[in-house]
Design a protein around this ligand. Structure first.
Ligand code: S3P
Length: 184
């Protein structure tokens, strides 16, 4: 984020199961801002599910679409964006998010992320496999691979273990209020 300017958008980053969409909805509601789920936006524009895009265009086709959608979103004021777990892979996405708003990294141990994903009805049919590994092992590998990229982007990091989405949202709102005070 640019600390000399009022925050116009909040990007939520983090692995699958970190609660980006749920916490994001609470933040958007409290601010009276628009909530955008980047994955839903990709699906809407493509007229296909993420799983179908992965099957037909491979991960690289999906990543290209993800970058295009992030670019569009980065020009919309007053919005909260739940990004896909892999949005931090491309350096250009990381730069774009850092330049365009407050970036909040939601973390949790892989075991917790995996448990949450299993209780999410979207998981099995909508989420494509990202590696040849099985569930929890894939989650562990991906979190280890991406940790550095999440850390590079984040203005604020919140451990979501044992916290409700409302608590997480409140922490984000408190941070925004503090940064607004610094600008005054
Ligand atoms: C992905 C996470 C998914 C979605 C796609 C790829 C990833 O988003 O963008 O399946 O690479 O981790 P969620 O984090 O919202 O599940």
């Amino acid at each position: 984020m640019n600390r000399n300017r009022a925050v116009e958008r909040v990007f939520l980053i983090g692995a699958r199961g970190s609660g980006k969409t749920t916490a994001g909805r609470f933040v958007a509601e409290r601010l009276g801002w628009q909530m955008i789920d980047a994955d839903e936006e990709i699906e809407r524009r493509a007229g296909r599910s993420i799983r179908e895009i992965f099957d037909q265009e491979g991960e690289s086709g999906f990543r290209q679409r993800e970058t295009e959608v992030l670019r569009k979103i980065a020009s919309i004021p007053n919005c909260v964006i739940a990004t896909g777990g892999g949005a931090v892979i491309r350096p250009e996405n990381r730069d774009l998010m850092r330049r365009s708003g407050l970036v909040v990294w939601l973390t949790a141990d892989p075991e917790i992320l995996w448990q949450r994903m299993q209780s999410d009805p979207r998981s099995s049919h909508q989420r494509p496999a990202l590696t040849a590994l099985d569930g929890l092992n894939e989650m562990r590998t991906i979190v280890a691979q991406r940790r550095e990229w999440y850390a590079q982007c984040a203005d604020l990091t919140i451990d979501t273990s044992g916290r409700s989405p409302q608590d997480v949202a409140q922490m984000i709102l408190d941070f925004l209020a503090r940064t607004a005070d610094e600008l005054r």
